[in-house]
Design a protein around this ligand. Structure first.
Ligand SMILES: [Zn+2]
Ligand SMILES: [Zn+2]
Ligand SMILES: [Zn+2]
Length: 331
């Protein structure tokens, strides 16, 4: 596998011929459960919870896409650019128990996951080669779920993923024109109109975006401006509990429509890379605003003809938010 850059969109892609599965495909026991025989390279654990040795932990992905050793060896190939897939790929085991997911675990347990995620992001950003750290979760067969155990994944890459790059560029342009954060402006207008706001919980808000890419798309954002999740995630335990509750409740709402979803955290890139050509770094603390995006997978509403070129979402945000608000929530 290697990384190649599309010279037109300037997006990096990871590509190569997959050698396929070499080991046994079906695992008899869950490798992430407490006491599993499968060897795990543990990187970090959350602080102990009463009665259990750990509450969340981060381990090396058993078949990593990115490898921490080596140099990127970025080089030209005629007009093209390529480099080795250097970086990190971790599995964030959210809970020692096989049946405690982000929608049915306790808020304390979810807060432990958030804290560990913040620690891992900060730690990986200390590596001067790393430009961006992604945290994401795929749940459900049609969402590309890899493991049955409650897990998220973390990748640290030497490039900023495409969607985040769009957001950084757009945030910067908006800031140049208005000297305001576009996300803060969105939050203010949504709170004022109260049409697409799903729930407000302390300093956090869940909202169905004005122009959804998929039906029931939902974002979770801090209501006060902050470019970096890992700062909030580490420094303010009270905020973490509110955020944990909002994530849990939002996922319960989404699950009233579909079990399958992608969840992704968008936070600021590494500040060790004040790259002039990227151009976004100078005002990043003012013009970027971290958030979580939840993209439900509603197979019955998928249409192949959109080819992902133009998003097609046959449920308006205004209808989606009504349905999600009425979902039955426990706790
Ligand atoms: Zn398990
Ligand atoms: Zn903001
Ligand atoms: Zn985003």
């Amino acid at each position: 596998m290697e990384l190649r850059k599309d010279p037109i969109t300037r997006s990096w892609v990871i590509t190569g011929d997959d050698p396929g599965e070499t080991g046994p495909r079906i695992e008899s026991a869950c490798r992430f459960c407490e006491g599993s025989a499968a060897p795990l390279q543990i990187i970090a654990k959350s602080p102990n919870a009463p009665g259990v040795p750990w509450s969340a932990r981060s381990v090396v992905h058993p078949t990593p896409l990115y490898h921490i050793e080596g140099e990127a060896g970025r080089r030209g190939d005629g007009i093209y650019d390529r480099m080795h897939a250097v970086g990190a790929h971790e599995v964030l085991v959210e809970n020692p128990r096989h049946d405690r997911h982000l929608w049915n675990a306790s808020d304390d347990e979810i807060a432990h996951v958030l804290r560990l995620a913040a620690e891992r992001i900060l730690d990986l950003k200390r590596d001067p080669r790393i430009k961006y750290v992604s945290l994401f979760k795929d749940y459900g067969k049609n969402a590309g779920q890899e493991f049955n155990h409650p897990t998220s994944q973390i990748t640290a890459t030497m490039f900023v993923p495409r969607r985040v790059l769009y957001e950084l560029r757009a945030g910067r342009e908006y800031f140049i024109g208005k000297e305001r954060c576009v996300f803060c402006d969105i939050i203010q207008q949504e709170e004022r109109q109260a049409v697409r706001v799903l729930e407000v919980r302390g300093d956090y808000l869940s909202v169905c975006p004005y122009a959804p890419r998929v039906p029931y798309e939902t974002w979770i954002l801090p209501r006060n401006h902050d470019a970096s999740f890992e700062r909030t995630g580490l420094n303010k335990p009270g905020l973490r509990t509110n955020l944990a509750a909002l994530i849990r409740r939002t996922l319960q709402r989404v699950r009233s429509v579909t079990e399958e979803f992608h969840l992704v955290l968008h936070t600021s890139p590494s500040s060790l890379h004040p790259s002039k050509n990227l151009g976004y770094w100078k005002t990043i603390d003012d013009d970027y605003h971290w958030h979580i995006e939840i993209l439900p997978v509603v197979v019955s509403k998928a249409r192949s003809y959109t080819f992902k070129e133009v998003y097609y979402s046959p449920v308006s945000s205004e209808s989606a938010v009504k349905q999600l608000r009425e979902a039955k929530i426990d706790g």
